[in-house]
Design a binder for this molecule. Structure first.
Ligand SMILES: Nc1ncnc2c1ncn2[C@@H]1O[C@H](COP(=O)(O)OP(=O)(O)O)[C@@H](O)[C@H]1O
Ligand SMILES: [Mg+2]
Length: 268
């Protein structure tokens, strides 16, 4: 079902000149999985293979992204949709420079930040320390982090039910951790910010704050990619959507149109 070979690009806010921030050109990504299948993945077996100079018999290749191309521009928020395993996280990891491509090229302007990886949080440290470290890791000065600290904590809503920010992160639910991660990442303006299902964990109020912040980030001339299972969240924040299925790009166009086609396809 090749809905869109050519790319229908949606107009950006009235700026006139369109500056590309991410160019994905006919990209293929293949994972190599070792020791797949049989129960022979023991250390002894591996040593034996090394000594006998035979390759692993159980290498499997997973062709996760198959010839995907698109260009993202400044000021765009692009939703990435598709069923589980369609390659959404994989393409974002590749844009962030965390995965090599098998073939094809990815060009980016500035350093793209993938939420949840760039802001890797430490479980044994308090939320407060993680805010500080996360801020420093994103290139803020200590002054700047101190200045933004309260804003970040308030945004996350972590302290709504008591003083949790001074407790170690391991005492947080996964939802709280995800909210804090988003709040830290969103405190900075990014050239390219990629959010992979990080919003799903929050309550409605947090989701609204997040969507509002995504709109702001776009206005500050960045590009935002959003993967979410909540199609309404994409409808509300993105003007453009890309639909991946089995590693292929099925459709690229106005968010409303693409989501409609996706919902018709998946029977929602
Ligand atoms: N680290 C990995 N090693 C091997 N295969 C992987 C890995 N991560 C994802 N895959 C495979 O790549 C395909 C795409 O996965 P993914 O990008 O996570 O999909 P999505 O985010 O759309 O659910 C799936 O078939 C998945 O099983
Ligand atoms: Mg994923």
């Amino acid at each position: 079902m090749a809905v869109a070979e050519q790319q229908t690009l949606v107009s950006t806010p009235a700026s006139g000149s369109r500056v590309p921030t991410v160019i994905v050109d006919d990209v293929h990504i293949v994972y190599t999985v070792y020791g797949a299948g049989t129960g022979r993945g023991t250390a002894t077996a591996a040593l034996y293979r090394l000594l006998s100079r035979k390759g692993s018999p159980n290498v499997r290749r997973v062709h996760a992204v198959r010839g995907v191309s698109f260009t993202a521009y400044r000021g765009e928020a692009i939703g990435i949709i598709g069923s589980n395993g369609s390659g959404k996280s994989t393409i974002l990891r590749a844009i962030a420079g965390l995965l090599p491509t098998e073939s094809g090229k990815i060009y980016t302007d500035g350093q793209p930040s993938l939420l949840g990886v760039n802001a890797a949080l430490m479980n044994d440290l308090t939320g407060a320390t993680n805010v500080l470290l996360g801020g420093l890791a994103m290139g803020m000065s200590q002054e700047e982090v101190r200045h933004r600290f309260k804003g970040i904590v308030d945004f996350s809503g972590i302290n709504e039910k008591g003083d949790f920010i001074s407790l170690p992160m391991r005492t947080y639910s996964s939802g709280m951790a995800a909210r804090l991660r988003f709040s830290i990442a969103a405190a900075k303006n990014h050239d390219v910010l990629m959010i992979d299902e990080a919003l799903a964990t929050g309550d409605r109020a947090f989701q609204r704050r997040s969507e509002e912040r995504i709109r702001e980030l776009r206005k500050e001339a960045g590009t935002v990619f959003l993967v979410s299972h909540n199609n309404n969240s994409i409808r509300d924040t993105c003007d453009r959507a890309i639909w991946l299925e089995k590693g292929e790009l099925l459709m690229d166009g106005p968010a409303d149109d693409v989501i409609k086609a996706y919902e018709a396809h998946s029977g929602k």
